[in-house]
Structure formats: C-alpha cells, structure tokens
Design a protein around this ligand. Sequence first.
Ligand code: TRP
Length: 465
Amino acid sequence: MHKKLQSQGTWIGKWTFIFAATGSAVGLGNIWGFPYKAGTEGGAAFVLIYLLCIVVIGIPIMISEILIGRRYGNSPINAMKKSGIESGKSGVWALVGWIGIIAGILILSFYSVIAGICLNYIYISAFPSGQEASAQFGEVISSPINLIFWHTVFMALTMWIVSAGVKDGIGRIVKILMPMLGFLLIFMVFYAVLKGEFLKALSFLFAPDFSKITTSTFLTAMGQAFFSLSLGMGSIMAYGAYMSKDQKIITTSFSVGSLDTLIAVLAGLAIFPIVFAFNTGLGEGPGLVFVSLSEAFNQMNFGRIIGPLFFILLSVAALSSSISILEPGVAYLAEEGFLRREISAIVISLLCWFIGIGTALGFNILSTVDDLGESVNPILNSLELISVQILQPLGGLLIAIFVGWFMKEALIKSELGNVNKIIYSSWRFFIKFVAPLAVGFIFLSQILPESFLVQVKEFFLSLFN
Ligand code: TRP
C-alpha cells in the first residue's frame, strides 16, 4: 500500500489550492499564446469558442482530475491504478499516469528554455543595447551558451521549489507569486489604458469576425483551452491529492477556470494597446512579446522600467506553471519510496535539463529551414508535437472516458459531496459524451494527415448541400 501523499504535506487553507492550481494554469500559454491566437483566429469569434471549450470540456476534465487525485491521495500513476481497481476494472489505468509523466518531462524540456528567455529579457529590457528588437532577439537565440545558461537558472529554481515540498515549497511560493502576478498584470493593463491604443485593442480582440472561423479555429481553441488549464497530464490531479476533503471540487474548478480565462484576457489587454500604439507589428508566437512588445518598450518613455516589470510577470507565471509540470513525476518517485523527494526532484529536473539542451541548440546550431525559408527549431517542434499535441489530448481523452464510463458512480458522488442535481447531470453529460468526442477529434486531427481531414470536412459539408 502506498502512503498517501498528504504525509508529504497538504495545502494550508482552501485558497492555497486555488492559488496553486491557478498558478499551474496561468503561464506562457496565457500571456503570449492566448492573445496572439485570439488575434489571428478571428478575435471575438475565437474568444467565444475558447470560452465554450473551457466550460464544456476543460472544467469537466479538471473536475475529474481533482476528484481522482483527492480520493486516492497519490501521484497520478498510483491514483489511476487504485481508481481502476476500486471501480472493479483493472490497474492498467495507471498507464494514464505514465503518459502524463512522460508528457510532463517533454513539456518542461522546452517550457524551461522559453521561460529562460523571459528571465534573460528582464535584464535585456532594463539595459537595452540600442539595437532593434528583432536583431536583439536573433542575438539571444543564436547563442547556445546564453540559452543554456538561462534554461539552467530556470530549471534550478523549479527544482528548488518542488524539492522543498508541498507545504514549504509550492504552497508557500504560490502565495507570493500569484498576488504578485495579479498586481503586475493590473498595473500593465492600467498602463496600456492610459498610454496605449486601448479601443483599437478592444475591437481587435472582441469585435467578432465570423468569416475567419475555420475548422482550425475550433482545433486551436480546444488545444489552447487544454494547454492553458494544464489538463491531461496529471498536474492538476497531483495537486488534487493535497486538497482538503471539505473543499468543494466543482466550485473550485470553476474558480480556477475563470481566473485562468480572466488572466488570458487581461494579458491581451495589456499587450495589444502598446503594440498598436507603437506600431511595432503584431508578430506571432514568440515574436509578439520578444520582438513587437520589446520594440515598443525600447521606444516608450519608461520602457526600461515597464519592460522589466512585464518580463518579471511572464517569468513568475512560467515558474508557477513549471513547478506543477515537475510535481507528478517527483511525487511518484517519492511515494514509491525509490528516492527521497529532494533527490527525485533533482533526478527528474536533470533529465528535463538535459533534453532542454536539445531545445536550446535547436534555435541555433541544429536549426533547419522550412519550405518558406523561415528557420525552425526542429527539436522544439518535435517535443511539442509529441507532448502537447499527442500525449496531452490522449491523457485527457482517457481521463474523460475513465470517469465517464468506467469509474463507479458511487465513488464519484461521494467525492463530489452535495451537488445540485442539474449541475451534476450536466457535468455527467459533458464528461461522458461531449469531452470524449471533442477531445477525440482534436487528437485524431493531430495524427491524421490533413488531406484526410479535408475529405471529412467535405463529406460533412456535402450532407448539408
Ligand atoms: N498551463 C500552463 C500555461 O498556460 C502550462 C502548463 C502547466 C501545462 N502544467 C501543464 C501544460 C500541464 C500542459 C500540461 O502555460
């Protein structure tokens, strides 16, 4: 029998779980991912579809992860194993936990390199070299030593917090990081309202252009909702193991989902007014914050103060996420008694650090050129493909199927406690039917060739003609 993880500590007070889970959810995905995707995928139309995905897929899966984590109080591998067995099925469900841990190691191996670039930019934006932002960004990513240095710093911070445990490490740090993040973000939004093109940004983000919606909008919105809520790989399940029994799972999941969405929207409202006011180009992906926004910081009056504040915000958000990516694997090694918690944190971090070197080199000496002549990071792309586009939706799909179809309903009900009947039945419906179908669709769309998807789409369109 495995000892419950709570012997390694618990969250103190119900806010700590909310801070920790929100900290996990809010990260690089919210602050650069959401704003630029909302911009390129049809503005308000995308935002609406995204909200729908959060409510009908994201939150139902989050509820399922927390309920399994809390019921068994173990790392995702053992929690899934025990819940499979207790529901009269088999322990093979532990596989879901394994998928999560592997996905986590791969995600952290690129997340940490990007977060390292954010740390580097705290310094760069405080002491600009006078060159253009795009040249500056080129210089940053062309130096393997520089990237590896900041990746090492970020990984070491993550390792240090996780090794200190749930009460003294993660629980304590999120109570500092999350209010700091909220404060910095609100400050940035105020600054953007006063100094930037706020109305233009509002219409860019919220004036719907339904003509821009394609199948890819749905896929992007679902994928983004999934990544943003940290679902499908056990982060939230592992955090659930430390949650107190009297906390309400459904209400808490709604709070975390809403805070995550609110912060993504606020990030858009902090970034776009500035990018518009200084006319530095919308860019895309990493380019938006590291090039367009940095160029704006170079040009504005207090850029050498606002810039570093923004990159501190981004780094804080990334750190409170990276600790949740590391936690499931560390919790597993520690609860099995293979290694002490501190040593487990060191071992897994070293592994992520090592693979991360590949990500760093992929930006320079190992980079390749795509059909359009743009340089690409083949290692980052492969890591992201396997972890975020394949393993994560697969994990989410299996969790939804397990809870919807295999887990004993009596167990679920006893864990959820007293819940309004309508809310319970809606959740049941979403987790049984909507989530598996929708996630199954994202999952297949990631692995099937595009030509096949086009045929499927044409088939459906032909039904309506
Ligand atoms: N949600 C975080 C972000 O938006 C990243 C993250 C943390 C994550 N834990 C995860 C992503 C687990 C996938 C799975 O940046």
